[in-house]
Write a protein that binds this ligand. Structure first.
Ligand code: BG6
Length: 474
């Protein structure tokens, strides 16, 4: 559908960008911080650990000043659970509390609203040793951590995100949470029991937020990718519906309506994998918890076909979800170009996804991740100044912002856009050389060099986009 005239981005639209604590901060095992699951696991071959990352712990003032220079209205960062509570519960690390106090104040100094992710893949290792999300006590620990964050920062932080990409932690539990499926009798049952504990933790945190901070807004932050059918065969449509339910709607149906998605529920039942850890009262809490908005990360769409009997069951990758016999399998979409790292690029799918999410839930939407990872190169211009030419990133972001504006013109209520990432940081499993930032960080995978910050071409471009309220995308 074309629009004769496009609606504008709202005046109060939250333009910004995102990072997460373990990927950007460094100081991973110092300044009183306890280890998280990310610190204790072996980094994938050829990639560095998280000890230094982009060193934002020591350079946040410089980073926030650069964000202010781009005109950010918000900065999405996460609070490291193990920095505040080194053992996951109990003892508080005051130095950690002070760090986020200072970071928040630094943002507010420039009128940048902190958008805080409460948990982004970095469970304290101490909690993991006690069973991690498989242990219901972890949900209580999350409530304790939430209470601490709301008490310390609720006077200044208006926007909260509960859990980053819970759906990816569940769908790719072997990868993201490091679960060894070979040791589990019924992996799906175990994984969806963990998932239940996380959903419960999220619901309790939303209720607590509204009790403690009546002026604050809170929402979930899954990774949402609309799933297309591979063909117009009715079976493929069914497969796409199944994958959409498993990958997307399970999480948002629960966050918004407090109900378990029926397609996923019957699929779990079929495999004797229904969570048996649901206690009386859990569903009432989940129904009582109401998000104020939906945040989601979008990188691309996914495509599904109905698997044949010959298809083998295999666990999914980050973007496409799992292949499940008789249910759905993720397949490549030949119509889409790919990034240097093989990720499909689908800006129109962004509009499709926004429309679908809004139609189902009718809540304002903020995009908390969207972006392109690439091998950027630092060069010097004729005058010897540092430059980084990243036209591919500008093209990617431009196309997505255009589609977001079309979605707004379709009637979708949008409240903000935070691409991944504000600053170069360590990718989840492909190292520092897979860069996403507007701000280049001068280090290599293993050689830390001087970690100096350099404005990429996309930095100047995004500054113009924000200054023009999304109208100048040239
Ligand atoms: C999202 C995560 O899945 O994608 C981020 O929330 C992550 O933590 C981002 O960095 C990009 O993925 P990757 O694997 O390229 O780092």
């Amino acid at each position: 559908m074309l629009h004769k005239s496009l609606k504008a981005f709202p005046d109060e639209f939250l333009w910004g960008a995102s990072t997460s604590a373990y990927q950007v901060e460094g100081a991973a095992l110092s300044h009183g911080k306890g280890p998280s699951v990310q610190d204790v696991k072996e980094p994938p071959a050829g990639t560095s650990g998280f000890e230094v990352a982009a060193d934002q712990y020591h350079r946040f003032k410089e980073d926030v000043a650069l964000m202010a220079e781009m005109g950010f209205k918000t900065y999405r960062f996460s609070i490291s659970w193990a920095r505040l509570l080194p053992e996951g519960t109990g003892r508080v690390n005051e130095e950690g509390v002070q760090y986020y106090d200072d970071l928040i104040d630094e943002c507010l100094k420039y009128d940048i609203q902190p958008l805080v992710t409460m948990y982004h893949f970095d469970l304290p290792a101490a909690l993991d040793e006690q069973g991690g999300w498989g242990n219901r006590a972890t949900a209580d620990a999350f409530v304790e951590f939430s209470h601490l964050m709301f008490s310390c920062y609720g006077d200044r932080v208006k926007y909260w995100l509960t859990i980053n990409e819970q759906n990816m932690m569940t769908l790719a539990a072997e990868h993201v949470l490091g679960l060894d499926f070979s040791k589990l009798e019924n992996p799906n049952k175990y994984v969806y029991e963990m998932n239940h504990n996380m959903l419960l933790a999220q619901a309790k945190a939303m209720v607590l937020c509204h009790e403690m901070l009546p002026g604050a807004k809170i929402g979930p932050a899954p990774n949402i990718a609309l799933v297309y059918p591979d063909s117009n065969k009715p079976e493929d449509i069914l497969a796409a519906q199944n994958m959409n339910a498993l990958r997307n709607w399970l999480y948002l149906d629960m966050a918004v309506y407090g109900i378990y998605n029926h397609v996923v529920w019957s699929w779990l039942e079929e495999q004797d994998a229904l969570p048996t850890n649901i206690e009386p009262g859990d569903l009432a809490i989940m129904k009582a918890a109401k998000p104020d908005f939906i945040a989601f990360n979008y990188y691309s769409t996914a495509t599904a076909a109905m698997p044949s009997a010959e298809d083998e069951t295999e666990s999914g990758d980050q973007q496409s979800g799992s292949t499940v016999l008789g249910f759905a399998k993720g397949v490549a979409n030949p119509n889409l170009p790919r990034t240097q790292f093989g990720w499909e690029i689908d800006p129109v799918g962004f509009r499709n996804t926004l429309r679908e999410v809004y139609s189902r839930y009718h809540l304002p939407i903020i995009i908390t991740e969207n972006g392109l990872g690439a091998y950027d190169k630092l060069e010097q211009d004729e005058s010897g100044n540092d430059v980084v030419h990243d036209p591919y990133r500008i093209d990617y972001l431009r196309a997505h912002i255009e589609q977001m504006r079309l979605a707004i013109s379709d009637g979708v209520e949008m409240m903000g856009y935070c691409p991944w990432s504000a600053v170069d940081l360590i990718s989840t499993h492909e190292g520092f050389v897979k860069r996403y930032g507007f701000i280049f960080v001068n280090r290599e995978e293993f050689d830390l060099l001087d970690l100096r910050r350099v404005r990429k071409d996309s930095f100047f471009w995004y500054k113009k986009v924000i200054a023009s309220k999304g109208t100048d995308l040239a």
